[in-house]
Design a protein. Structure first.
Length: 272
């Protein structure tokens, strides 16, 4: 979705299940407007959070006109890919298959992948592309325009998303924490913005990074607070780029044991 919109809206990580909330993105094109819903990935998980994420992804299909089922060209067919196919088969809207990351594989390996998916479901279109390089994205936009029914403009032309800046800031902080720490950390991290105050030419943000264990808190803070400082510096710079003004960012780290099983905390995070 970032590649299509030309703006970074969904956070990026090489870890699966980075997206936890449904994120709406608006793309204005000649003669119309395309509205995208980037959802959590379809996967099996042992926590309440995982089940709620998958439920949100599947419920997002209702009311849509087209499904874009995205798979990874650079990895073998998995059980989760099978889950995606089953979800598409059960859905009402037509579906495109998007084979992403084609820049990472040899072209002769692409045809067997296309054949594998084609034999499982009659996709309206199969589109190989690379979100990283932009290869194939313009062709995908053209295909989407041709496949969608006509309808009204739902958002003003200057709208990018319906998410508030508090949410965007929290996601940027979470991305930096994920990408700067070790493998064990990403799924145990949650970020909540406690204060978001706008003043003239300055936005003041206070946010808390939640983890599940004391050892994880130590990793996030780092020796002498160095890791937390790096997370804050990188997040602040990106938030300033989004807001177009100076940002004062204050970060705290707290342990909240088994928060991924806590329905009330998940609701505060917008996962319900």
């Amino acid at each position: 979705m970032n590649a299509i919109l030309g703006e970074k809206l969904s956070i990026i990580s090489d870890r699966p299940q980075t997206t936890r909330n449904k994120i709406l993105g608006v793309k204005n094109v000649e003669g119309g407007q395309l509205i995208f819903l980037d959802t959590p990935g379809i996967h099996k998980g042992k926590y309440l959070m995982d089940r709620l994420m998958v439920k949100e992804a599947l419920s997002s299909i209702e009311g849509t006109d087209l499904i874009l089922a995205v798979v990874d060209a650079a990895r073998p067919f998995t059980e989760e890919d099978e889950m995606v196919l089953e979800s598409v088969k059960e859905a009402r809207p037509p579906a495109f298959l998007i084979i992403n990351k084609v820049d990472l594989i040899k072209k002769d390996l692409l045809l067997p992948q296309i054949a594998r998916y084609s034999s499982s479901y009659n996709f309206r279109e199969i589109v190989p592309l690379s979100a990283a390089t932009g290869e194939g994205t313009e062709e995908l936009i053209r295909m989407i325009k041709n496949a969608l029914p006509e309808g009204p403009m739902y958002f003003p032309e200057d709208t990018l998303t319906d998410k508030p800046m508090r949410f965007v800031a929290a996601e940027i902080i979470r991305e930096k924490a994920i990408n700067l720490t070790r493998e064990e950390i990403p799924y145990s991290i949650a970020v909540m913005v406690e204060e978001f105050k706008e003043k003239e030419n300055l936005v003041s943000i206070t946010a808390t990074i939640y983890v599940e264990r004391d050892s994880q808190k130590g990793i996030i803070i780092g020796k002498g607070g160095n890791m937390l400082k790096r997370i804050g510096t990188e997040a602040r710079k990106e938030i300033e780029g989004v807001l177009g003004c100076k940002v004062y960012l204050e970060l705290w780290v707290k342990v909240r044991k088994e928060w991924r099983k806590d329905p009330s905390f998940l609701k505060e995070l917008g996962i319900e």
